[in-house]
Write a protein that binds this ligand. Structure first.
Ligand SMILES: [Zn+2]
Length: 274
């Protein structure tokens, strides 16, 4: 499943190609996604418009068009965006094709259909319903110790569940939550309110650095956008604890342990994390 770093990498890859390009036409082949595609919205607000800029919110990719309409894309479990020449055979499970002038196409494909692709009409992105309950962006200045300390103090949730809750912070999936807690030296089951201020600081820093490292590693896979069939390179990410139960901690040599929290595998070093 694509995580925040993958979506950010995709944003950077797609940006250099799509900005200032006009979407000549949109071909909707299969409307069936988590929420069905509404073709009229594409014909009314997208066809003939230039892409002005591309941003990201949580794991949503946003194409801001010159008319202030926004194409919102979520990759779900198995969604892919790829750049193809017009002549390239259309793969099974292709949902939408954006035609560009250069005889090139951006294609959205999603075999499991948990993805989303919809148009937010001009001027409405600020009140967009799907962003209503999203927490802070982990890589933004809004995710800082002085801003999260009061929220942490009020929560009895285990810290791992707290950082994975999108109403608190967006885009910290299971792998990154495990890794960040290891680098912060914090045991995943600790109640959020029990974190001392130096632990809060280490937590914020670790979440940011784990995600930043993953994005940097993803930089080597920028070409995925140009070749939608190749697998992303995020598996190359060297993991400290995730899926390493029974193996030695790189830092202290103790054996990494595994527990289950809220149905998710949780890995930690019993000697480095308290
Ligand atoms: Zn250790």
């Amino acid at each position: 499943m694509p995580e925040l770093p993958e979506v950010e990498t995709l944003r950077r890859g797609i940006k250099s190609f799509l900005i200032n390009k006009t979407i000549e036409s949109v071909n909707i082949i299969d409307r069936r996604l988590r929420w069905p595609i509404i073709p009229e919205h594409f014909f009314t607000w997208v066809v003939g418009k230039k892409v002005a800029r591309i941003t990201r919110r949580a794991k949503y990719l946003l194409w801001h068009l010159e008319n202030d309409a926004v194409v919102v894309i979520h990759l779900g479990m198995s969604g892919r965006l790829g750049l193809f020449e017009n002549s390239a055979p259309i793969e099974k499970h292709t949902h939408v094709i954006f035609q560009l002038r250069e005889r090139m196409q951006v294609r959205f494909r999603d075999p499991r259909r948990f993805g989303l692709i919809e148009v937010v009409p001009p001027g409405q992105i600020k009140s967009y319903i799907r962003f209503k309950n999203l927490g802070v962006e982990p890589l933004s200045a809004a995710f800082a110790v002085n801003k999260v300390t009061n929220v942490l103090k009020k929560s009895k949730k285990p810290i791992k569940n707290w950082i994975m809750d999108a109403q608190n912070i967006v885009g910290v999936g299971n792998i990154y939550a495990n890794e960040a807690l290891f680098f912060a030296g914090i045991h995943p089951t600790r109640p959020a309110h029990s974190l001392k201020s130096d632990e809060q600081r280490r937590l914020v820093q670790s979440v940011k650095s784990v995600l930043t490292t993953a994005i940097k590693m993803g930089g080597t896979t920028l070409n995925d956008f140009r070749n939608a069939r190749s697998e992303p390179g995020f598996f190359q990410l060297e993991l400290a604890v995730y899926q390493r139960s029974g193996q030695a901690c790189h830092s202290c040599g103790a054996t990494i342990e595994r527990i289950v929290m809220s149905g998710r595998s949780t890995f930690y070093c019993p000697s480095c994390q308290h």
